[in-house]
Write a protein that binds this ligand. Structure first.
Ligand code: ADP
Ligand code: MG
Length: 250
């Protein structure tokens, strides 16, 4: 099967600085690609290029063979590219269920806000039952009616993941989903990632913990000052002198 996403020579400059330079990789259906690199190495810029929030200066991005360059973010989302952000991005006053419903509603183009403002009338029952079953899958159903602001940080991260998945993406971009999680939450997240990929959803995952990356990722992209210094299977990347120099320091 052809790759779901192909990035070719992606380059983005801010002023004279290369935030991303000649980044090229492929993602297959159901594959987990980890993107690693220190702060400021271009990881979030890569996500912004793929999701249409930033236009790359050079390069091509093909999603199922179709170019995403110049396509607006909502079109890219409709094609099946979902994402979470580095910072928590929930509606803090809305309940967990409503936050997930917004994901489903925006996917189905239901006028969720209008429905909410009119006291919930018109919110599709199917959107609600889909949201509840998504929460169940994440073992979050007991939190459904609690405002998002009352959740722990780790729970909020899980709700964001649930919301992104409720849009039924074919490719999911996760920007540091494990940051701020404790050990058991992190393990749960890794299980969920594996589970997501087994459903055939491709995942691009920004992560700092090398142990997790080497255990779970099928391929690894290593960025440094915007340059892609290594790319390949975890076993190959770990043997690459450039990786060793950057991460082991010898
Ligand atoms: P990472 O996610 O790996 O920490 P980023 O992609 O956020 O890195 O940033 C890469 C580089 O691009 C950094 O030097 C950052 O300061 C710069 N940068 C990112 N976004 C912008 C922007 N909107 N305007 C100017 N510089 C930016
Ligand atoms: Mg970032």
């Amino acid at each position: 099967m052809a790759p779901i996403l192909v990035a070719e020579n992606l380059t983005k400059r801010y002023g004279g600085i290369y935030a991303l330079r000649k980044c090229s990789f492929e993602v297959n259906h159901g594959e987990i690609i980890a993107v690693i690199g220190p702060n400021g190495s271009g990881k979030s810029t890569l996500f912004n290029c793929i999701t249409g929030l930033t236009r790359p200066d050079e390069g091509e991005i093909l999603f199922n063979g179709q170019s995403l360059i110049n396509m607006p973010p909502h079109r890219i989302a409709e094609l099946g590219v979902g994402r979470t952000f580095q910072n928590i991005n929930l509606f803090s006053e809305l309940t967990v269920l409503q936050n997930v419903q917004i994901g489903i509603a925006s996917f189905r183009k239901v006028k969720f806000w209008k429905a909410l403002l009119t006291g919930g009338r018109g919110i599709s029952r199917r959107a609600e039952s889909d949201a509840r079953s998504t929460l169940q899958h994440f073992e979050l159903e007991s939190l459904a009616d609690i405002p998002a602001r009352e959740l722990s940080f780790g729970q909020q991260r899980l709700v964001e993941l649930a919301r992104a998945l409720s849009q039924k993406p074919k490719l999911l971009l996760l920007d540091e989903p494990a940051s701020g999680l404790n050990q058991s939450e992190r393990e749960r997240l890794l299980e969920l990632l594996v589970d997501i990929s087994r459903q055939g959803i491709a995942v691009i995952w920004i992560e700092h913990d090398l142990g997790s990356v080497m255990k779970v990722a099928h391929k690894v992209v290593v960025l440094e000052f915007g340059e892609q210094i290594c790319y390949g299977a975890p076993e190959e990347v770990q043997k690459d002198p450039k990786f060793i120099k950057a991460y082991v320091g010898t």
